[in-house]
Design a binder for this molecule. Structure first.
Ligand SMILES: Cc1cc2nc3c(=O)[nH]c(=O)nc-3n(C[C@H](O)[C@H](O)[C@H](O)COP(=O)(O)OP(=O)(O)OC[C@H]3O[C@@H](n4cnc5c(N)ncnc54)[C@H](O)[C@@H]3O)c2cc1C
Length: 507
């Protein structure tokens, strides 16, 4: 569910903006914000060249009550009934696996067909449903309006997610970098602390290179005498409990071309981090699947060492997937190494979204799954890692983003934060949910005073749909477990209907 009280404005924004903004659009963007608003100069946002006045972006309403999902009237006070209804309808439909399968297959077919009628019709349907539910907008202006509205009216922060697919070659990586840089520039024009940016390393470095680097890192874990001349200093990437079956034999060293390609990819990430450091915008690096994850962690720790030094609040956050059996050990090793080196480690904790892919891959290699044997073990691992990181936060080391829709985990973390005396406005503890999902939990945590962000993908429908399709398939389990969301929505909708009838009867 997306919490928008000014949907009309979004509609107008959508009609005005088609596709990704070019430089010309930046002028339009600054034009829609009155000049009087601007006082804070944002040097890195040269394309938008704006100065923001904090007074015109009032701080979100000051909450301060305990975490409570029971009172849905208070929980959804800022959400119009039309939005509740749409969210309830879409989440209910998507909770049925076969409907998601059918919908994604139909969308894929129509996107591939290029047919004159079918494709525009499919895009229009996707725009009105999934894009509207799960995306902040088609262009930077629209996304920016959504972020500002969520911030000033609801008090929720945003993590801008420039929705693009994996890169196969350097040229597409370069194009993707430009997109990510624009997302940082956009975040820099928004009210301070209201927006961060996330990135996928598979969009900045070719997949084949990430697979090669991951193989080599796995072999190094097997045989510590194995030499990797290109390897820069980083925190531990793999650990004793890490599965190494994906690299059954010694890989060839990187060729000269591959080494150059690796340096180019690191330079891209470095440019992105520099831009984030200058604009003070947190950068969250997503975790992906295990055939490339060691390389992603290598990139992440390399960037952490470059960007988080001498900073109390990290700029770069890596991601730990707690459905992996080795997650806790790997995370603890990295935290310990960062503490020893006096670097602030940022960790985003998730359960993990590539369950089917990981299980199938392990099966195909007749290896045990790298994923915990039961969902219960994943839950325990998530809550233990969250608790470990919160203890670190309470002692002043590290920062954590608890990215979950799980109400029990949210409740448990809220309780633990209070027990540890972590201030609810402490920026080192944050919660995050995907846009369109678990809004009850987001609002409950926000009402209790915690910092809460929504992951907001944005981009033209044609560009974001393949990305959303992949996410829908990967997250089928998540969609089917949206029962708590739907239960809260149903309760509030019934309450509003009853209140309307009673009101009419009394009149
Ligand atoms: C802000 C945000 C950022 C995210 N970033 C990433 C990211 O970078 N990388 C990434 O991989 N994912 C990411 N995700 C998705 C995340 O990993 C989860 O897929 C999703 O949030 C569901 O987990 P949950 O904590 O919300 O818990 P729940 O709603 O409790 O979901 C539990 C789900 O976990 C799955 N599951 C996990 N372990 C097991 C197991 N052992 N057996 C059976 N099922 C199991 C099931 O599908 C189940 O439906 C992100 C999510 C959010 C909210």
């Amino acid at each position: 569910m997306c919490i928008r009280s000014l949907e009309g404005k979004k509609e107008r924004g959508r009609r005005r903006v088609k596709g990704w903004p070019r430089m010309a659009r930046a002028t339009k963007f600054s034009a829609i914000i009155p000049r009087a608003l601007f006082t804070r100069s944002i040097s890195t946002a040269s394309s938008f060249a704006v100065k923001l006045l904090a007074a015109d972006f009032p701080p979100p309403p000051t909450p301060q009550v305990s975490f409570d999902l029971a009172d849905t009237e208070r929980l959804f006070a800022s959400v119009p009934t039309s939005t509740l209804l749409r969210s309830f309808a879409i989440l209910s439909l998507m909770a049925a696996g076969p409907v998601v399968d059918l919908g994604t297959a139909a969308l894929r077919a129509s996107m591939a067909s290029g047919g004159r009628l079918l494709r525009p019709a499919a895009l229009a349907a996707a725009r009105a449903t999934v894009h509207r539910q799960f995306c902040a907008g088609e262009g930077a202006e629209e996304a920016s309006l959504t972020v500002q509205r969520m911030w000033s009216e609801v008090g929720l922060r945003s993590i801008l997610d420039y929705g693009i697919e994996d890169a196969e070659d350097s040229a597409s990586c370069q194009g993707n970098l430009a997109g990510f840089l624009r997302a940082v520039d956009l975040a820099a024009t928004l009210p301070p602390t209201s927006a961060s940016v996330c990135v996928k390393i598979t969009a900045l470095a070719p997949i084949s290179l990430l697979e090669r680097v991951s193989d080599l890192l796995r072999w190094e874990q097997k045989d510590p005498s194995f030499s990797l001349p290109w390897r820069a200093h980083s925190f531990p990437i793999l650990c004793h409990s890490s599965p190494l079956f994906l690299t059954p034999r010694e890989p060839e060293p990187l060729s000269e071309d591959e080494e150059q390609e690796l340096q180019s990819a690191l330079r891209r990430l470095s440019m992105l981090c520099d831009r984030c450091v200058k604009a003070n915008i947190p950068l969250l690096i997503d975790a992906e699947y295990s055939s490339v994850q060691p390389a992603i962690d290598y990139f992440t720790y390399w960037a952490t060492l470059e960007s988080n030094k001498q900073r109390e609040q990290p700029i770069v956050f890596g991601t730990i997937q707690t459905y992996l059996r080795d997650a806790k050990e790997r995370m603890m090793n990295a935290v310990e190494a960062a503490e020893e080196q006096g670097v602030s480690l940022g960790v985003k904790l998730v359960r993990g979204a590539y369950l089917t892919r990981e299980t199938r891959l392990a099966e195909s290699m007749a290896a045990p799954s790298p994923i915990h044997g039961s969902l219960h073990e994943t839950h325990v691992c998530f809550d233990t890692c969250a608790s470990f990181m919160m203890e670190k936060v309470s002692k002043g080391s590290g920062a954590v983003v608890l990215a979950t829709h799980n109400v029990h985990s949210g409740q448990e973390a809220a309780r633990k934060a209070e027990e540890l005396g972590i201030g609810k406005d402490d920026e080192k503890l944050q919660f995050a949910q995907l846009m369109g999902m678990a809004d009850g939990l987001s609002l409950g945590l926000k009402n209790a005073g915690f910092r809460v962000s929504k992951y907001r993908p944005f981009g033209p429908v044609e560009q974001v749909i393949p990305y959303l399709l992949r996410r829908a398939e990967e997250n089928k389990g998540v969609l089917s477990t949206s029962s708590k969301d739907r239960q809260l929505l149903r309760k509030e909708l019934s309450r509003r209907v009853t209140a309307a009838f009673v009101g009419r009867a009394l009149n």
